[in-house]
Design a binder for this molecule. Structure first.
Ligand code: HAM
Length: 454
């Protein structure tokens, strides 16, 4: 490019400061919220005996083809060809990865396994409230337990997470359903083929995206006659006449009994906000039994917060015997929206406790001042008090205090020629303006003064 044809700085297109569409930057205050959410997730999962694992964001694309569901594969993955001609996908969810990991070491691992992870996952979706192209997702999974004690434990854990965030039971609802029950109804009651069942499942999964008439018409096309969900009533024994007849089929009865058992056990555990919702199906093809989803009950944000279920067949895709598996995934975006609408998010607190600022230091005293600041900050850090020095910034003292305040640092230590000469310190608590002078030798006293804000 000749000198002449080079774009001048004025005509050159400025780079955008926006992040890539549908992903977020985390400024310190955003990361503070995210860490708060992660900490509650970690603490709750570990309190139930779950241990953390992790894996790479990159997976071979074929991992998702078998069982994730067409929408995710065809429309929602970020897939590319690497330099070695391999088809690579940025993980859109963690379940296939953890299934691969468990299947790969199934002989060495001691079952039952209780594992959790907080991966970031990528889905090419239309960005909107609650839906982004990258989100972090708590995954909690239990491997090797066939009994429905596994579902009960996971739903109890999910409920405990909500309580640990400060939510009331009236704020959310746990909807529960069973793929096994639905499949038994499709097979025995409606006598559908596997292809018809699969098509009907997919239609039910999209039910809330269409009006009731369209759903009925589409369902009738698949089933060959009018389709409706069987009315099992709110409680045992209140079945409609049709449901009463259907329940005579052993598979339908067994699946319904299993659902009832899980719901009763949860209620006995003190979880009162569980409801049966046969229309709940969940998108992924790998679910085989009970599925559940937690809904926000705020009418303005009436959406699914998270969900999961049993997927006993997924691990056999790796060519080995079956391994029972139940788990759920909970996204950071949906939970943050839930907490925000209910004022349950914490107020930002800086991890930095003290800013050391200096004032009135002449050029010839700079070295001496630096040495004194070093001495003070080292002593504070040795006492585990996070301390920053503004490095003899030229700003006047008022501006330095403002900076500390805007950075949410609760205390400043002011050092001037008098403080250096007398080996003393002036501490100011910014929330009240209260000031205290103390000799450096009584650092313990200073620390005690600082501790209440910790
Ligand atoms: P999922 O329902 O696809 O399940 O995602 C779980 C949760 O991740 C959702 O309920 C929502 O909180 C969040 N989420 C999903 N997509 C987005 C998005 N585009 N933007 C923001 N948040 C999102 C699964 O992924 C299963 N693998 C969960 C599981 C684990 N099943 C068994 N174990």
């Amino acid at each position: 490019m000749t000198e002449k044809s080079k774009p001048s700085p004025k005509t050159q297109k400025m780079l955008s400061t926006e992040p890539y569409k549908g992903v977020r930057d985390f400024y310190p205050e955003d990361l503070f919220i995210q860490n708060y959410i992660f900490n509650i997730w970690r603490k709750t999962a570990e309190s139930f005996g779950y241990v953390e694992y992790s894996a790479s964001i990159l997976e071979s694309a074929e991992l998702y083809r078998a069982k994730s569901g067409e929408e995710i594969i065809n429309e929602q993955t970020y897939t590319f060809i690497d330099r070695g001609d391999r088809e690579v996908t940025l993980r859109p969810e963690m379940t296939p990865t953890v299934a691969r990991m468990v299947a790969g070491k199934r002989r060495e691992l001691a079952f039952p396994l209780r594992w959790y992870s907080i991966p970031n996952v990528f889905r090419y979706e239309r960005p909107q409230r609650g839906r982004l192209r990258e989100h972090w997702q708590l995954n909690v999974d239990l491997f090797g337990v066939e009994k429905n004690a596994a579902e009960i434990e996971l739903i109890t854990l999910a409920h405990q997470i909500m309580k640990n965030f400060g939510a009331q039971e009236s704020d959310f609802e746990i909807r529960i359903s069973s793929r096994k029950l639905l499949n038994a109804i499709f097979n025995d009651w409606y006598e559908l083929t596997e292809t018809q069942s699969h098509a009907l499942q997919k239609l039910i999964d999209r039910k809330n995206k269409m009006d009731a008439d369209t759903f009925s018409e589409e369902a009738e096309k698949i089933v060959g006659k009018a389709f409706s969900f069987l009315d099992f009533g709110a409680k045992d024994g209140n079945h409609s006449a049709e449901a009463e007849q259907a329940i005579a089929f052993p598979d339908i009865r067994a699946a319904k009994e299993e659902l009832d058992e899980v719901m009763t056990a949860l209620q006995n555990n003190g979880i009162k906000n569980v409801v049966l919702d046969q229309e709940l199906i969940r998108g992924f093809d790998y679910y085989t039994g009970i599925v559940f989803e937690v809904f926000d009950k705020n009418p303005e944000n009436n959406r699914s917060l998270f969900g999961g279920g049993r997927y006993d067949e997924l691990l056999s895709l790796f060519g080995h015997e079956k391994v029972a598996a139940v788990g759920f995934g909970m996204g950071d975006v949906t939970i943050a929206n839930f907490l925000e609408t209910r004022n349950l998010l914490p107020i930002y607190k800086s991890p930095v406790k003290v800013a050391i600022i200096s004032t009135g230091i002449s050029a010839e005293n700079l070295d001496q001042a630096d040495a004194y600041i070093q001495k003070v900050s080292t002593a504070l850090r040795h006492s585990n008090i996070s301390t920053v020095s503004f490095l003899n910034d030229k700003k006047n003292i008022g501006d330095q205090i403002k900076t500390a305040d805007r950075q949410h640092i609760p205390y400043v230590i002011i050092i001037g020629p008098d403080e250096i000469a007398g080996e003393i310190l002036t501490i100011k608590k910014l929330s009240t303006g209260e000031e205290k002078k103390t000799p450096l030798s009584s650092l313990a006293e200073i620390i005690l003064y600082l501790l209440p804000e910790k």
